[in-house]
Design a protein around this ligand. Structure first.
Ligand code: NAD
Ligand code: LMR
Length: 351
């Protein structure tokens, strides 16, 4: 029997990420090839005509899974009945700007859209915040939408995770699909910590630690980390626009794994010892998501912080028990400090 369509909200849908993202959703990249969808697209009045143009193109593309399109500048209409909300709307960072520079504009948007989502979205709606500062926008959304469970509000660090996989794959000249279990800790900003201490590569002789295969600590501690941290800025410099196709694709990865599960995600839940704390032993696959901190790894509770997670039946769980060396500890703390400062700054912008 055919599945009922799922209503998916994309805010900022007339923008560049929106333009890359909505056809992916309509093709089943986000929720699977057998899941019909109804797209809800929100933008602001100056972008209404462009938004209507995107709607026309969606009709013209005749996507078999697309059962309807709501294109609107009315936030209540946009939020009504949605089960997935991808929050892309906002002001992007331009060349030379830090994420903090876009803070005051964007947190105000997230405060006002939080209440619309809380009141009109479907029960158990899953929210992914993409717009920067992504972690802090998500935190503001959580604080001002008390009816939405904190387990249902996340932000995008999967793009950084995928960037880290891409860098290892290029360095070792192996397919990116053979690399797994990198971790992005912390903020989606240049203080994030891309960590390969537990990452492995599939080889004919089994899974090997990335550290052993790269065998170059200077690169791993230096250029690898800074390349991933600075990749957003490098794309802006090259394109004069911020990343869009990779952001859209990673947003689909984030929601797909959250809803449909990470590989072995449910087996691990039953047999939690499947994840051992050192590489080279049998371990499942995790991904990085910005989620509400419960104090795991001594990260302050009450921040939206990127952790390694596995997902089963629509629920994410932070991977526990990974050993953290001294160098990593400092980096985890540094990015937590930045998030604590951002939180204070966000509140000062709202008062
Ligand atoms: P864009 O400027 O092309 O599009 C943003 C859209 O949001 C525009 O159409 C704008 O009209 C709309 N918008 C503005 N205020 C709105 C509101 N109140 N409600 C609904 N829509 C609104 O920008 P983009 O390149 O698509 O980037 C979108 C956001 O995503 C930016 O904040 C960018 O920095 C961020 N981003 C995050 C990641 C990540 O990995 N987390 C990656 C890339 C970009
Ligand atoms: C990215 O990581 O590409 C985006 O967050 C854009 C930016 O401002 O870096």
């Amino acid at each position: 029997m055919a599945k009922e369509p799922v209503r998916v909200l994309v805010t900022g849908a007339a923008g560049q990420i929106g333009y890359a993202l909505v056809p992916m959703i309509a093709r089943g990249v986000m929720l699977g090839p057998d899941q019909p969808v109804i797209l809800h697209m929100l933008d602001i009045p100056p972008a209404a005509e462009a938004l209507n143009g995107v709607k026309m193109e969606l009709v013209d593309a005749a996507f078999p899974l697309l059962k309807g399109v709501v294109a609107t500048t009315d936030v209540v209409e946009a939020c009504t009945g949605v089960s997935i909300a991808v929050m892309v709307g906002g002001f992007p960072r331009k060349e030379g700007m830090e994420r903090k520079d876009v803070m005051s504009k964007n947190v105000a948007i997230y405060k006002s859209q939080a209440s619309a989502l809380g009141s009109y979205a479907a029960a158990n709606c899953k929210v992914l915040v993409v717009a920067n500062p992504a972690n802090t926008n998500a935190l503001i959304l959580k604080e001002f939408a008390p009816s939405i469970s904190e387990k249902n509000i996340t932000c995008l660090t999967r793009l950084d995770h995928n960037r880290a996989l891409g860098q290892v794959s290029e360095r070792l000249n192996v397919p990116v699909s053979d690399v797994k279990n990198v971790i992005i800790w912390g903020n989606h900003s240049s203080t994030q910590y891309p960590d390969v201490n537990h990452a492995t590569v599939k080889t004919p002789a089994g899974e090997k630690p990335v550290r052993e295969l790269v065998a170059n600590d200077e690169w791993l501690h230096g250029e690898f980390i800074t390349t991933v941290q600075q990749r957003g800025a490098a794309i802006i410099k090259a394109r004069k626009l911020s990343s869009a196709l990779s952001a859209a694709s990673s947003a689909c990865d984030h929601i797909r794994d959250w809803v449909l599960g990470t590989p072995e995600g449910c087996i691990e839940r039953k047999h939690s010892l499947l994840i051992f704390s050192s590489v080279g032993t049998l371990q499942g696959t995790w991904v990085s998501m910005g989620v509400y901190s419960d104090g795991s790894y001594n990260v302050p509770a009450g921040l939206i912080y990127s952790f390694p997670v596995t997902c089963c039946n629509g629920v994410w769980t932070i991977v526990q028990g990974l050993p953290i060396d001294d160098l990593s500890r400092k980096k985890l703390d540094l990015t937590a400090e930045e998030l604590t400062e951002e939180k204070a700054l966000a509140y000062s912008c709202l008062s």
